[in-house]
Design a protein. Structure first.
Lengths: 483, 347
C-alpha cells in the first residue's frame, strides 16, 4: 500500500470520525451546559457530569488497545468490523475532547443582535457574504470548528490503539504504516520524507485551529434553558446514553475484565519485594514527565512574545511528526559529536517529550488564556499592591482560582499524556532508567496479567495522588497566611 | 513583584524536579566506572534479570542493562546499535536470536572474542571467527488448542495442507522470530516457493497478527486452533493452565528450527575486560541450566548435566537436536526482508 493511499485512508477516517464525534459532542455540551446555567443543579452533580464526559480522554490508549486486542483479533477477517471497533473506541476519545473544547470555549464572540443586524442589510454582494462568513466563524461556529479540528488531529495522530488492534492492513493507519516501514529497514532520512506529507495534513488542521483560538477571548456563557421541554429531555437522554456507553467501553469493561487480577498482582509485587521498586519507577517517570510538561507550558507562554506569529509554528512542527520520527531524529542528532556527551542522559528523552507536548501545550495555553480575560487578570494583580493584609489574602485566593489552579491542571493533563507515551521513552531513555510504561508493555507480552494490572493501578494512582497533594499544598500556600 | 515571584517559583519547581530525578535514578551513581558494564539485552527482562543479578553477585561488576521493549522490538536494540555505531555506549549485546546479530556483524559493529566456554557449544550455533556465540535456544513450534485438535504432527500438517486456515494464526513476518522462520524457509525452498506459500496461506485465510504473543493468546483463548509461535510464548500459555500443547515445526527434511540466544561484544566498547567476563559467564553450563529452569524453558545447546533439567526441556532437547543450520537463513535474511517490506509497505 502506497503512502498516498495510507494518508488518504487516515485523513478520510479522521474527517468522518471527527464529524460524527461532533454530532454526539454537541448534544452532550448543550445538556451539561444547561446544567451549568441552571440554578437548580447542584455543583456536585455538575462536576460529576463534566468528569464523566471528560474521562475517556484520559484513559491511556495503550490500556484501551490492550483490553480490546483479543476482540480485534477475532474480527481480523472482517475489515468493516475491525474498523468499526477502532472507530468506536476512537470516538469515545474524540467526543470527550470535543466536549472539553466546547465547554471551555466561548459560545459565541458575536452577539445574536449583531448577526441579526447583519442579516437585515439588503445588499447581499460578495463582501456581505464574506463578512457574514467571518461573523459565523468567529461567532457561533467558532467552538464547534475548533472542536472539529481538534478531533481530526487527535484521530490522525493515534498510534498505540491502532497497533494493538492491528489496524495495519486494509485500511491502515499512517502511524502504524510508518512504524512498519522503518522497522523493516527504512533509513531515518527516508522515514522523515515519508512523514512530511502527514505533517502537511496536520498543519492544514492546526493553523486554522490556532487562528480560531487566537481570534477571541470571551468567557463561556451558559444560557439557562427550561429542561422540562420534550426537546431537552431527548437531548438529555441522548447525552446521558452517549456518556454511559463511552465510559462503559473505555473504563468499565477494561476494569471489570481485569479487576479480579488486582489483588493477586499487588500480592505478587509485595511477595517479590518489588512494590517499592515499581513505585520508584512510577515516581521517576512522573518526575520527568512533570518537568517536560512544565517546560512545554513555559515555552508556550514565552512564545507569546515571538514575532512574527508564524514562527510559533516552528515550535510545534516536531511534535506533529509522530513520536517515532521525532525520537529517531533526536537519536540521530545526539549521535553528532557536538551533542554526544549528553546522549546517555535524561536530556534526549526530556527534549523529546517537551517537543512532543508542545502542540498540545500551545492549544492548552491558548484555551487557558481565553478562560482568564486580561482585564480580570489585571484587576487581580492590582489587588496585590494593596497594603491591606485581608485584601492581599483575597488577591491570593483570586489568583489561585483564576490562574494557578488552571495551570496546575494543565501541567497534570500534559504530564498524563507524556507519562503514557511509549515510543519516545523507549527510544531515548538513558540506560540506567526504565520508564514504567515500557515495563508495562513487556508485562503484556509475558502474559503476567496480575502484575500488569497491579502496575497499571500504581501508574494511575501515584500520579493522581501526587497532583492532588501538590494542589492542596499549593492552594494552602497561596490562600492561607498574610504579609 | 508578581513576575519576580513567578520566576522564583519557576526556578524552585525546576530545581526540585531535577533533584528528584537525580535522587530517583542515582542507584549506580557511586559505582566505580571500571566495575561497570553496559549490556543490551533482547531476552525477556523477567527471565534475564535473574541471570544478570547472579553475574553481579559473582563478580562485583555492576551491569547497566537495557532491555528491549516488546513495543518496538523490531526497531529495538539492533537498530539502536547501528545508530550508535560511531559512539557505542553498549559493551555486550545479548540477543534473543541470531539473525539480527549477524546483521550487526556485516555492519562491522562487533568484535571477535573466543570464549573458552564457547567450546561446549556445537559449531552450528557459533561464528567461526568468534564474532558471536549462540546458547540456550528456543524452537519454532505450532501451538495447538487441545480442546479443538489433537496435538500431533499429523493432525497439524493435515490442517495446514488443505482447507481454510481461518483458525490458524501467524505473526506478521516482518519482525522477530517469524522473520527468521521465513528466512529458514527461503533457504530451504528458494524464493519462488516461499512467495507462493505465503500467497497461498493468505488466500486460505490465515489470521496474521502483530506478534507471537498475540498468536499465543488467540490459541490459548480458543479463537484459533493452531498458531505458529516459539516455545517460550507457548510455555506462558501452558503455565497459565490453558488447554494447549506444542508440536515442533519441521521442514520437509525433518529438521526443526532452533533459534538460540546469542552474545557478542561491541567494537570499541569501553569495558572490554568486563565484557569478556560477561560473555564467559553467559556461555557457562550454569547459565544454560538456569535458563532451562526459568519460565521460558530455554534449551541448553552445550553439554549440561541432564539431571538438572526439567522434564519438558529434556523433550525439547530431542527436538532441538534436529535443528537446521542457520547459515543459509542468514545469507537470505536481507532478501526476505526486502521482499516483505515491499509486500507490506509498498516501499
Amino acid at each position: 500500500m502506497t503512502l498516498e493511499t495510507v494518508l488518504a485512508w487516515s485523513t478520510a477516517r479522521s474527517v468522518m470520525l471527527t464529524t460524527l464525534g461532533l454530532l454526539i459532542a454537541i448534544p452532550i455540551s448543550r445538556t451539561i451546559g444547561q446544567t451549568l446555567g441552571h440554578a437548580a443543579t447542584k455543583p456536585t452533580a455538575q462536576k460529576f457530569w463534566i468528569a464523566a464526559a471528560l474521562l475517556p480522554l484520559f484513559v491511556p490508549d495503550l490500556l484501551v488497545g490492550f483490553a480490546y486486542r483479543l476482540v480485534s483479533a477475532q474480527l481480523l477477517h472482517s475489515v468493516a468490523a475491525t474498523e468499526a471497533l477502532y472507530a468506536v473506541l476512537l470516538l469515545t476519545r474524540i467526543v470527550a475532547l470535543q466536549f472539553a473544547v466546547q465547554l471551555m470555549l466561548p459560545c459565541s464572540a458575536v452577539s445574536l443582535e449583531a448577526l441579526h443586524s447583519w442579516k437585515l442589510i439588503l445588499h447581499r454582494n460578495r463582501k456581505w457574504w464574506l463578512t457574514w462568513l467571518r461573523l459565523q466563524v468567529s461567532g457561533p461556529a467558532r467552538a464547534p470548528l475548533v472542536a472539529w479540528l481538534g478531533g481530526a488531529m487527535l484521530c490522525f495522530q493515534e498510534f498505540e490503539t491502532a497497533a494493538l488492534l492491528q489496524i495495519d492492513r486494509h485500511p491502515i493507519v499512517w502511524t502504524v504504516w510508518l512504524f512498519d516501514a522503518h522497522a523493516a529497514g527504512e533509513p531515518l532520512s527516508s522515514s522523515l520524507n515519508l512523514a512530511a506529507p502527514a505533517l502537511a495534513v496536520q498543519c492544514v488542521w492546526l493553523i486554522p485551529c490556532l487562528w480560531l483560538l487566537l481570534s477571541g477571548s470571551v468567557l463561556p456563557t451558559y444560557a439557562a434553558v427550561d429542561m422540562r421541554t420534550d426537546h431537552s429531555r431527548v437531548l438529555t437522554l441522548f447525552a446521558t446514553t452517549a456518556i454511559v456507553v463511552s465510559l462503559g467501553l473505555v473504563l468499565c469493561w477494561p476494569i471489570l475484565s481485569n479487576a479480579t487480577e488486582l489483588g493477586g498482582g499487588i500480592r505478587n509485587l509485595i511477595g517479590t519485594h518489588s512494590l517499592w521498586a515499581r513505585s520508584q519507577q512510577v515516581l521517576a517517570s512522573l518526575t520527568e514527565c512533570t518537568l517536560a510538561a512544565y517546560l512545554a507550558l513555559q515555552l508556550c507562554s514565552f512564545a507569546r512574545f515571538i514575532k512574527p506569529r508564524s514562527l510559533k509554528l516552528v515550535l510545534v512542527l516536531p511534535g506533529l511528526c509522530s513520536p517515532l520520527v521525532l525520537s529517531l531524529s533526536l537519536l540521530a542528532a545526539f549521535q553528532l559529536p557536538v551533542l554526544h556527551r549528553w546522549y546517555d542522559t535524561w536530556l534526549p528523552m526530556l527534549l523529546g517529550h517537551v517537543l512532543l507536548l508542545l502542540p498540545r501545550a500551545m492549544l492548552l495555553v491558548t484555551v487557558l488564556n481565553c478562560l482568564t480575560p486580561a482585564a480580570a487578570q489585571h484587576s487581580g494583580d492590582l489587588l496585590f499592591s494593596a497594603n491591606h493584609p485581608p485584601t492581599k489574602t483575597s488577591a491570593r485566593q483570586l489568583s489561585w482560582t483564576m490562574h494557578k489552579r488552571k495551570w496546575l491542571l494543565a501541567v497534570a493533563i500534559l504530564t498524563h499524556w507524556c507519562f503514557w507515551d511509549v515510543t519516545i521513552a523507549a527510544t531515548l531513555r538513558p540506560v540506567t532508567f526504565e520508564p514504567v510504561v515500557t515495563r508495562l508493555y513487556n508485562e503484556m507480552h509475558y502474559g503476567h496479567t496480575e502484575t500488569l494490572v497491579a502496575m497499571t493501578g500504581l501508574a494511575l494512582l501515584i500520579p493522581a495522588l501526587m497532583f492532588t497533594v501538590a494542589g492542596l499544598v499549593w492552594q494552602r500556600i497561596e490562600t492561607v497566611g498574610t504579609e | 513583584m508578581a513576575r519576580a515571584g513567578e520566576m522564583r517559583a519557576a526556578g524552585i519547581v525546576v530545581s526540585v524536579l531535577l533533584a528528584s530525578m537525580w535522587l530517583l535514578t542515582r542507584q549506580s551513581g557511586d559505582v566505580d566506572s571500571e566495575s561497570q558494564l553496559v549490556v543490551y539485552c533482547a531476552h525477556d527482562a523477567t527471565y534475564a534479570e535473574q541471570v544478570i543479578q547472579l553475574f553481579e553477585q559473582q563478580t562485583g561488576i555492576t551491569v547497566e542493562v537495557r532491555f528491549d521493549e516488546e513495543a518496538n522490538k523490531s526497531l529495538g536494540l539492533t537498530n539502536l546499535l547501528i545508530a550508535e555505531q560511531n559512539n557505542p555506549r553498549c559493551d555486550v549485546f545479548w540477543n534473543n536470536q541470531t539473525l539480527g546479530t549477524i546483521r550487526l556483524q556485516h555492519a562491522e559493529i562487533l568484535q571477535p572474542y573466543r570464549s573458552q566456554n564457547a567450546d561446549r557449544i556445537p559449531n552450528q550455533y557459533k561464528d567461526e571467527a568468534g564474532y558471536w556465540t549462540g546458547f540456550a535456544g528456543r524452537l519454532r513450534v505450532y501451538l495447538v488448542n487441545t480442546d479443538h485438535l489433537s496435538a500431533t504432527e499429523d493432525v497439524v500438517n493435515k490442517v495446514l495442507q488443505q482447507g481454510s486456515l481461518s483458525r490458524v494464526a501467524i505473526a506478521q513476518p516482518l519482525f522477530g522470530t517469524t522473520l527468521s522462520h521465513y528466512s529458514v524457509l527461503m533457504a530451504a525452498w528458494g524464493e519462488d516457493r516461499l512467495k507462493a506459500w505465503h500467497a497461498e496461506i493468505h488466500e486460505r485465510g490465515i489470521r496474521e497478527v502483530r506478534g507471537n504473543s498475540m498468536t499465543k493468546d488467540l490459541v490459548a483463548e480458543g479463537m484459533c486452533d493452531v498458531g505458529f509461535t516459539d516455545t517460550d510464548d507457548a510455555f506462558v500459555a501452558i503455565d497459565a493452565g490453558k488447554p494447549v500443547a506444542m508440536v515442533p515445526v519441521r521442514l520437509e527434511s525433518g529438521q526443526t528450527i532452533c533459534l538460540p540466544n546469542c552474545v557478542a561484544i561491541i567494537k570499541n566498547c569501553s569495558q572490554l575486560d568486563n565484557a569478556q567476563k560477561f560473555v564467559d559467564f553467559l556461555l557457562s553450563a550454569d547459565v544454560e541450566v538456569l535458563l532451562a529452569n526459568s519460565g521460558a524453558r530455554q534449551i541448553p545447546l552445550g553439554t549440561v548435566k541432564q539431571s538438572q533439567l526439567p522434564p519438558e526441556v529434556l523433550e525439547l532437547q530431542t527436538w532441538a537436536a534436529d535443528g537446521v543450520s542457520l547459515t543459509g537463513a542468514a545469507d537470505v535474511n536481507q532478501q526476505v526482508l526486502d521482499w516483505l517490506t515491499a509486500e507490506y509497505t509498498g516501499q
